[in-house]
Design a protein around this ligand. Sequence first.
Ligand SMILES: [Zn+2]
Length: 337
Amino acid sequence: MADKDLITRLDNRLDQLVNIDMGERGVEHLYEAARELQGGALVGAAADALMAVPEGGTVILTTGSVSRAWITPDLGENDGPSGAAAVARALVLARNATCVMLCEETLLPAIRSTCQAAGLFPVTLEQAAIARADKSLATIVMLPYATEDEAGRAQAVQMLDALTPDLLFSTERVGRNEHGVYHSMKGIDYGMGRARVDFLFDEALARGIPVVAVGDGGNEIGMGKVADHVKAYVPYGDTCQCGCGGGIGAVTSCDVLVTAACSNWGCTAIAAAMAARADNAKLLHTPEREALLLDTMVANGLINSTHGIVDDSVDGFPRQSHLAVAELCRTIVSRAL
Ligand SMILES: [Zn+2]
Protein backbone atom coordinates (compact mmCIF):
# COMPACT_ATOMS: atom_id res chain seq x y z
CA MET A 1 0.00 0.00 0.00
CA ALA A 2 1.15 3.49 -0.90
CA ASP A 3 2.13 5.80 1.93
CA LYS A 4 -0.56 7.75 3.70
CA ASP A 5 0.61 11.20 2.61
CA LEU A 6 0.52 10.19 -1.03
CA ILE A 7 -3.00 8.76 -0.63
CA THR A 8 -4.13 12.06 0.96
CA ARG A 9 -2.71 14.06 -1.94
CA LEU A 10 -4.39 11.81 -4.48
CA ASP A 11 -7.71 12.00 -2.58
CA ASN A 12 -7.57 15.79 -2.70
CA ARG A 13 -6.90 15.82 -6.44
CA LEU A 14 -9.78 13.43 -7.11
CA ASP A 15 -12.04 15.59 -4.94
CA GLN A 16 -11.09 18.75 -6.82
CA LEU A 17 -11.49 17.16 -10.23
CA VAL A 18 -15.03 15.91 -9.73
CA ASN A 19 -16.21 19.05 -7.96
CA ILE A 20 -15.48 21.52 -10.75
CA ASP A 21 -18.99 22.92 -11.10
CA MET A 22 -19.34 22.46 -14.85
CA GLY A 23 -23.10 22.20 -14.56
CA GLU A 24 -23.50 25.54 -12.70
CA ARG A 25 -25.57 23.88 -9.98
CA GLY A 26 -23.83 25.39 -6.97
CA VAL A 27 -22.04 22.16 -6.09
CA GLU A 28 -18.84 24.00 -5.16
CA HIS A 29 -20.61 25.45 -2.10
CA LEU A 30 -21.86 22.02 -1.03
CA TYR A 31 -18.38 20.62 -1.59
CA GLU A 32 -16.71 23.23 0.60
CA ALA A 33 -19.31 22.73 3.32
CA ALA A 34 -18.93 18.95 3.27
CA ARG A 35 -15.12 19.17 3.34
CA GLU A 36 -15.21 21.46 6.32
CA LEU A 37 -17.67 19.25 8.19
CA GLN A 38 -15.80 16.02 7.42
CA GLY A 39 -12.34 17.51 7.80
CA GLY A 40 -10.73 16.26 4.60
CA ALA A 41 -11.18 14.78 1.16
CA LEU A 42 -14.67 13.46 0.55
CA VAL A 43 -13.79 10.65 -1.84
CA GLY A 44 -11.01 9.56 0.53
CA ALA A 45 -13.43 9.29 3.45
CA ALA A 46 -15.84 7.33 1.25
CA ALA A 47 -13.11 4.97 0.07
CA ASP A 48 -11.95 4.42 3.66
CA ALA A 49 -15.49 3.52 4.72
CA LEU A 50 -16.00 1.16 1.78
CA MET A 51 -12.62 -0.54 2.24
CA ALA A 52 -13.49 -1.03 5.94
CA VAL A 53 -16.39 -3.33 5.00
CA PRO A 54 -15.40 -6.71 6.41
CA GLU A 55 -14.25 -9.37 3.93
CA GLY A 56 -17.41 -11.18 2.79
CA GLY A 57 -19.64 -8.45 4.27
CA THR A 58 -22.94 -7.14 2.95
CA VAL A 59 -23.53 -3.72 1.42
CA ILE A 60 -26.89 -2.27 0.40
CA LEU A 61 -26.63 0.15 -2.50
CA THR A 62 -29.26 2.27 -4.15
CA THR A 63 -29.55 4.44 -7.18
CA GLY A 64 -32.09 5.20 -9.85
CA SER A 65 -34.39 8.06 -10.52
CA VAL A 66 -37.70 7.62 -12.24
CA SER A 67 -37.88 10.53 -14.61
CA ARG A 68 -41.18 11.86 -15.92
CA ALA A 69 -43.24 9.17 -14.19
CA TRP A 70 -46.37 11.03 -15.28
CA ILE A 71 -45.61 9.66 -18.75
CA THR A 72 -44.36 6.21 -17.66
CA PRO A 73 -42.77 4.84 -14.46
CA ASP A 74 -40.52 2.68 -16.66
CA LEU A 75 -38.37 5.68 -17.52
CA GLY A 76 -35.19 6.22 -15.50
CA GLU A 77 -32.28 8.63 -15.81
CA ASN A 78 -28.70 7.74 -16.66
CA ASP A 79 -26.95 9.59 -13.85
CA GLY A 80 -26.64 7.12 -11.00
CA PRO A 81 -26.73 3.59 -12.41
CA SER A 82 -23.26 3.47 -13.99
CA GLY A 83 -21.66 5.05 -10.92
CA ALA A 84 -23.42 2.68 -8.54
CA ALA A 85 -22.39 -0.26 -10.72
CA ALA A 86 -18.75 0.91 -10.67
CA VAL A 87 -18.73 1.15 -6.87
CA ALA A 88 -20.46 -2.23 -6.48
CA ARG A 89 -17.88 -3.82 -8.77
CA ALA A 90 -15.01 -2.34 -6.73
CA LEU A 91 -16.63 -3.60 -3.50
CA VAL A 92 -17.06 -7.11 -4.85
CA LEU A 93 -13.47 -7.26 -6.09
CA ALA A 94 -11.89 -5.61 -3.05
CA ARG A 95 -13.97 -7.08 -0.22
CA ASN A 96 -15.75 -10.11 -1.72
CA ALA A 97 -18.84 -8.23 -0.53
CA THR A 98 -22.43 -9.23 -1.23
CA CYS A 99 -23.86 -6.17 -2.92
CA VAL A 100 -27.64 -5.71 -2.82
CA MET A 101 -28.86 -3.01 -5.21
CA LEU A 102 -32.25 -1.42 -4.52
CA CYS A 103 -34.44 0.54 -6.90
CA GLU A 104 -37.98 0.83 -8.19
CA GLU A 105 -39.36 -2.40 -9.65
CA THR A 106 -39.91 -0.46 -12.88
CA LEU A 107 -36.20 0.39 -13.17
CA LEU A 108 -34.86 -3.04 -12.19
CA PRO A 109 -34.32 -4.29 -15.77
CA ALA A 110 -32.26 -1.27 -16.86
CA ILE A 111 -30.16 -1.04 -13.69
CA ARG A 112 -29.65 -4.82 -13.67
CA SER A 113 -28.27 -4.63 -17.22
CA THR A 114 -25.99 -1.76 -16.22
CA CYS A 115 -24.59 -3.74 -13.28
CA GLN A 116 -24.10 -6.75 -15.52
CA ALA A 117 -22.15 -4.61 -18.00
CA ALA A 118 -19.93 -3.60 -15.06
CA GLY A 119 -19.08 -7.27 -14.60
CA LEU A 120 -21.60 -8.34 -11.97
CA PHE A 121 -23.89 -11.27 -12.73
CA PRO A 122 -27.40 -10.78 -11.26
CA VAL A 123 -28.32 -13.54 -8.80
CA THR A 124 -30.61 -14.23 -5.83
CA LEU A 125 -29.44 -13.77 -2.23
CA GLU A 126 -29.06 -17.54 -1.88
CA GLN A 127 -26.96 -17.76 -5.03
CA ALA A 128 -24.85 -14.80 -3.89
CA ALA A 129 -24.04 -16.67 -0.68
CA ILE A 130 -22.68 -19.61 -2.70
CA ALA A 131 -20.62 -17.29 -4.91
CA ARG A 132 -19.25 -15.49 -1.86
CA ALA A 133 -18.23 -18.74 -0.19
CA ASP A 134 -16.26 -20.11 -3.11
CA LYS A 135 -15.31 -16.73 -4.68
CA SER A 136 -16.13 -18.15 -8.10
CA LEU A 137 -18.30 -15.34 -9.48
CA ALA A 138 -18.70 -11.55 -9.19
CA THR A 139 -22.40 -11.05 -8.47
CA ILE A 140 -25.08 -8.47 -7.73
CA VAL A 141 -28.44 -8.97 -6.03
CA MET A 142 -31.18 -6.72 -7.40
CA LEU A 143 -34.22 -6.07 -5.19
CA PRO A 144 -37.23 -3.78 -5.65
CA TYR A 145 -38.08 -1.15 -3.03
CA ALA A 146 -41.54 0.12 -2.11
CA THR A 147 -42.82 3.30 -3.76
CA GLU A 148 -45.34 4.27 -1.03
CA ASP A 149 -44.42 5.96 2.26
CA GLU A 150 -45.90 3.42 4.70
CA ALA A 151 -44.61 0.40 2.79
CA GLY A 152 -41.21 2.09 2.50
CA ARG A 153 -41.02 2.55 6.28
CA ALA A 154 -42.00 -1.05 6.93
CA GLN A 155 -39.56 -2.42 4.38
CA ALA A 156 -36.73 -0.44 6.00
CA VAL A 157 -37.04 -2.28 9.31
CA GLN A 158 -37.64 -5.63 7.69
CA MET A 159 -34.71 -5.34 5.29
CA LEU A 160 -32.14 -4.19 7.85
CA ASP A 161 -33.22 -7.02 10.19
CA ALA A 162 -32.94 -9.59 7.41
CA LEU A 163 -29.75 -8.44 5.68
CA THR A 164 -27.79 -6.95 8.63
CA PRO A 165 -25.68 -4.87 6.21
CA ASP A 166 -22.23 -3.56 7.09
CA LEU A 167 -22.72 -0.34 5.11
CA LEU A 168 -25.27 1.49 2.98
CA PHE A 169 -24.34 3.39 -0.17
CA SER A 170 -26.50 5.77 -2.15
CA THR A 171 -25.81 7.71 -5.31
CA GLU A 172 -28.13 10.08 -7.12
CA ARG A 173 -31.11 8.83 -5.16
CA VAL A 174 -33.68 11.51 -4.37
CA GLY A 175 -34.82 11.85 -0.77
CA ARG A 176 -37.88 13.60 0.64
CA ASN A 177 -37.74 17.14 2.04
CA GLU A 178 -39.01 18.24 5.46
CA HIS A 179 -42.60 18.02 4.21
CA GLY A 180 -42.19 14.52 2.84
CA VAL A 181 -42.08 15.66 -0.79
CA TYR A 182 -39.57 14.37 -3.38
CA HIS A 183 -38.40 17.17 -5.68
CA SER A 184 -36.67 17.47 -9.01
CA MET A 185 -33.85 20.01 -9.45
CA LYS A 186 -36.46 22.33 -10.91
CA GLY A 187 -38.38 22.23 -7.65
CA ILE A 188 -41.25 20.10 -8.93
CA ASP A 189 -42.88 17.32 -6.90
CA TYR A 190 -41.83 14.11 -8.59
CA GLY A 191 -42.51 11.56 -5.90
CA MET A 192 -44.83 9.59 -8.15
CA GLY A 193 -43.59 6.00 -8.61
CA ARG A 194 -40.40 6.77 -6.68
CA ALA A 195 -38.86 4.27 -4.23
CA ARG A 196 -38.93 5.47 -0.62
CA VAL A 197 -35.39 4.19 0.03
CA ASP A 198 -34.62 7.27 2.11
CA PHE A 199 -36.60 5.66 4.96
CA LEU A 200 -34.16 2.73 4.85
CA PHE A 201 -31.21 5.13 5.14
CA ASP A 202 -32.81 6.97 8.06
CA GLU A 203 -33.32 3.65 9.83
CA ALA A 204 -29.71 2.61 9.12
CA LEU A 205 -28.41 5.90 10.54
CA ALA A 206 -30.56 5.41 13.65
CA ARG A 207 -29.04 1.95 14.07
CA GLY A 208 -25.48 3.25 13.65
CA ILE A 209 -24.82 1.46 10.36
CA PRO A 210 -22.32 3.49 8.25
CA VAL A 211 -23.90 5.41 5.36
CA VAL A 212 -21.98 6.81 2.37
CA ALA A 213 -23.91 9.02 -0.04
CA VAL A 214 -23.11 10.73 -3.34
CA GLY A 215 -25.05 13.63 -4.81
CA ASP A 216 -24.76 16.55 -7.18
CA GLY A 217 -27.86 18.64 -6.64
CA GLY A 218 -28.95 18.84 -3.01
CA ASN A 219 -32.14 16.80 -3.40
CA GLU A 220 -30.41 13.44 -2.86
CA ILE A 221 -30.06 11.13 0.14
CA GLY A 222 -27.12 12.37 2.21
CA MET A 223 -27.58 16.07 1.51
CA GLY A 224 -29.32 16.52 4.87
CA LYS A 225 -25.77 16.81 6.15
CA VAL A 226 -25.36 20.19 4.40
CA ALA A 227 -29.03 21.25 4.51
CA ASP A 228 -28.30 24.92 5.30
CA HIS A 229 -26.00 25.20 2.31
CA VAL A 230 -28.54 23.56 -0.01
CA LYS A 231 -31.06 26.18 1.11
CA ALA A 232 -28.58 29.01 0.58
CA TYR A 233 -26.88 28.10 -2.68
CA VAL A 234 -28.91 25.64 -4.76
CA PRO A 235 -31.68 26.85 -7.09
CA TYR A 236 -35.03 26.07 -5.37
CA GLY A 237 -33.05 25.00 -2.30
CA ASP A 238 -35.05 27.41 -0.18
CA THR A 239 -38.41 27.43 -1.93
CA CYS A 240 -39.61 24.83 -4.40
CA GLN A 241 -42.21 25.30 -7.12
CA CYS A 242 -44.65 22.66 -5.88
CA GLY A 243 -46.17 24.73 -3.10
CA CYS A 244 -45.30 22.36 -0.24
CA GLY A 245 -43.64 25.22 1.60
CA GLY A 246 -40.15 23.71 1.66
CA GLY A 247 -37.12 23.57 -0.59
CA ILE A 248 -35.76 20.70 -2.66
CA GLY A 249 -33.12 19.67 -0.08
CA ALA A 250 -33.35 16.07 1.15
CA VAL A 251 -33.61 15.66 4.93
CA THR A 252 -31.79 12.32 5.02
CA SER A 253 -28.18 12.70 6.14
CA CYS A 254 -25.21 10.32 6.01
CA ASP A 255 -21.87 9.62 7.65
CA VAL A 256 -19.78 10.38 4.57
CA LEU A 257 -21.06 12.75 1.91
CA VAL A 258 -19.43 12.93 -1.51
CA THR A 259 -20.45 15.84 -3.70
CA ALA A 260 -19.65 16.00 -7.41
CA ALA A 261 -20.69 18.01 -10.44
CA CYS A 262 -22.22 14.78 -11.73
CA SER A 263 -22.93 11.94 -9.29
CA ASN A 264 -21.39 9.35 -11.61
CA TRP A 265 -18.11 11.26 -11.41
CA GLY A 266 -18.17 11.04 -7.63
CA CYS A 267 -18.46 7.26 -7.95
CA THR A 268 -15.67 7.09 -10.52
CA ALA A 269 -13.42 9.00 -8.10
CA ILE A 270 -14.39 6.76 -5.17
CA ALA A 271 -13.49 3.64 -7.17
CA ALA A 272 -10.14 5.25 -8.03
CA ALA A 273 -9.48 6.05 -4.36
CA MET A 274 -10.31 2.43 -3.49
CA ALA A 275 -7.90 1.23 -6.19
CA ALA A 276 -5.14 3.42 -4.73
CA ARG A 277 -5.73 2.04 -1.24
CA ALA A 278 -5.75 -1.58 -2.40
CA ASP A 279 -2.92 -1.03 -4.90
CA ASN A 280 -5.21 -2.83 -7.33
CA ALA A 281 -5.88 -1.35 -10.78
CA LYS A 282 -8.79 -3.79 -11.26
CA LEU A 283 -10.90 -1.63 -8.94
CA LEU A 284 -10.65 1.37 -11.28
CA HIS A 285 -13.64 2.53 -13.28
CA THR A 286 -11.86 2.87 -16.61
CA PRO A 287 -12.88 4.98 -19.64
CA GLU A 288 -13.30 1.71 -21.54
CA ARG A 289 -15.82 0.40 -19.03
CA GLU A 290 -17.54 3.77 -18.79
CA ALA A 291 -18.05 3.65 -22.58
CA LEU A 292 -19.55 0.18 -22.27
CA LEU A 293 -21.88 1.31 -19.48
CA LEU A 294 -22.99 4.43 -21.38
CA ASP A 295 -23.88 2.25 -24.36
CA THR A 296 -25.68 -0.23 -22.12
CA MET A 297 -27.70 2.53 -20.50
CA VAL A 298 -28.73 3.82 -23.94
CA ALA A 299 -29.67 0.28 -25.01
CA ASN A 300 -31.84 -0.01 -21.90
CA GLY A 301 -33.61 3.30 -22.35
CA LEU A 302 -32.14 5.26 -19.46
CA ILE A 303 -32.43 8.92 -20.37
CA ASN A 304 -30.26 12.00 -20.34
CA SER A 305 -32.69 13.83 -18.09
CA THR A 306 -31.34 17.30 -18.85
CA HIS A 307 -32.30 17.03 -22.50
CA GLY A 308 -35.20 14.58 -22.17
CA ILE A 309 -33.81 12.13 -24.68
CA VAL A 310 -32.19 8.71 -24.69
CA ASP A 311 -28.54 9.34 -25.47
CA ASP A 312 -25.07 8.95 -23.98
CA SER A 313 -24.90 12.40 -22.44
CA VAL A 314 -25.40 12.32 -18.67
CA ASP A 315 -26.80 15.34 -16.84
CA GLY A 316 -26.30 17.16 -20.13
CA PHE A 317 -22.54 16.45 -20.16
CA PRO A 318 -21.45 14.75 -23.41
CA ARG A 319 -20.03 11.23 -23.62
CA GLN A 320 -16.42 12.37 -23.94
CA SER A 321 -16.62 14.24 -20.62
CA HIS A 322 -17.41 11.03 -18.75
CA LEU A 323 -14.63 9.10 -20.47
CA ALA A 324 -12.26 11.98 -19.69
CA VAL A 325 -13.17 12.03 -15.99
CA ALA A 326 -12.51 8.29 -15.78
CA GLU A 327 -9.20 8.76 -17.59
CA LEU A 328 -8.13 11.62 -15.32
CA CYS A 329 -9.08 9.71 -12.17
CA ARG A 330 -6.99 6.79 -13.44
CA THR A 331 -4.09 9.15 -14.18
CA ILE A 332 -4.28 10.75 -10.73
CA VAL A 333 -4.10 7.46 -8.84
CA SER A 334 -1.59 5.82 -11.19
CA ARG A 335 1.12 7.15 -8.86
CA ALA A 336 -0.07 4.74 -6.20
CA LEU A 337 -0.54 1.70 -8.46
ZN1 LIG B 1 -42.30 21.34 -2.76
